[in-house]
Design a binder for this molecule. Structure first.
Ligand code: G
Ligand code: G
Ligand code: MN
Ligand code: NA
Length: 250
């Protein structure tokens, strides 16, 4: 397939770019970090979404070099930001269980001179479902590097509650589907409230994703959510736009 050949070439040429979406801390009303979101600048198709090419990269075994490129690029770019800003990187299932993960994270931090506490790794529930046995050891190895770990897209997978109890997550990212319905459906409001309460009880930070309207933001504030992320604050932007974005938001 054509896309397959192009992706192999793109990984070899590192023809990717990271965009960054701010994560906003409601307790201090400031940006506390950015989530790195991968973009492929395809010569003919334009920008291709990771939702399309990550599954293909996993299938072709390209996710390891690609994921390591993301880690290196994110750590290098974050090392130029003010010290209070963290960078969050998404880790796919295949990358999470690869034998190289811990080494790759350690090397990316070292090469960039970035302290581990400034890196957050986002892992989805589906990753845990696929590898419950090895997960605890991997998470502890990451945490021994000072890195924080977040459960991404919380509420969309399976066995969420037992996973929260069993695994040492620092943060819960409430899936955008619950935030979208926050003011339209009573049920979503109850779920968001329950997850924020659960996070607080377990000593985990809660971040609401996909915040698009002032009403949603107001509700999340009222419920005591720690952090928000979404188009209302900002869409993901190229690294060069971050200084102006920080001036506008902080
Ligand atoms: O940025 P966007 O909304 O297009 O992202 C689509 C999906 O791709 C999301 O699920 C997001 O988590 C995932 N994604 C974005 N960047 C990366 C990345 O660097 N690595 C992995 N594994 N997934 C990513
Ligand atoms: O799976 P993950 O949560 O990592 O994916 C983040 C995805 O959500 C990215 O593709 C990002 O572009 C997208 N996103 C971020 N903020 C919003 C938002 O406010 N609304 C919508 N619809 N998507 C968003
Ligand atoms: Mn994410
Ligand atoms: Na998410």
């Amino acid at each position: 397939r054509e896309l397959e050949r192009d992706l192999r070439e793109a990984v070899a040429d590192e023809a990717f770019e990271l965009h960054y979406q701010p994560i906003y801390d409601l307790s201090v009303e400031r940006v506390c970090g950015f989530e790195a979101l991968l973009r492929w600048k395809h010569p003919k198709r334009g920008t291709v979404s990771p939702a399309e090419f990550i599954p293909l990269a996993e299938e072709l075994g390209l996710i390891i070099p690609l994921g390591e490129w993301v880690l290196r690029a994110a750590c290098r770019q974050a090392s130029a930001w003010p010290d209070e800003l963290k960078v969050a990187v998404n880790v796919s299932a295949v990358q999470f269980t690869s034998a190289r993960l811990i080494t790759a994270v350690r090397e990316a931090l070292q090469t960039a001179g970035l302290p581990g506490r400034r890196l957050e790794l986002e892992i989805t529930e589906s990753v845990l479902v696929a590898n419950p046995g090895s997960t605890t050891a991997i998470l502890h190895s990451l945490k021994s590097l000072g890195v924080r770990v977040s459960m991404d897209d919380f509420g969309t997978g399976y066995s969420s509650l037992s996973y929260l109890r069993s695994f040492p997550f620092d943060k819960i990212k409430i899936d955008q589907s619950f935030v979208r319905d926050l003011n339209a459906s009573e049920g979503s409001g109850y779920i968001v409230r329950a997850v924020i309460g659960l996070g607080a009880s377990l000593g985990m930070t809660t971040t609401a994703e996909g915040v698009e309207t002032p009403d949603q933001l107001q509700r999340l504030r009222a419920e005591g959510c720690d952090e928000v992320q979404g188009y209302l604050i900002s869409r993901p932007v190229p690294a060069g736009d971050l200084p102006a974005l920080l001036r506008r938001l902080n």
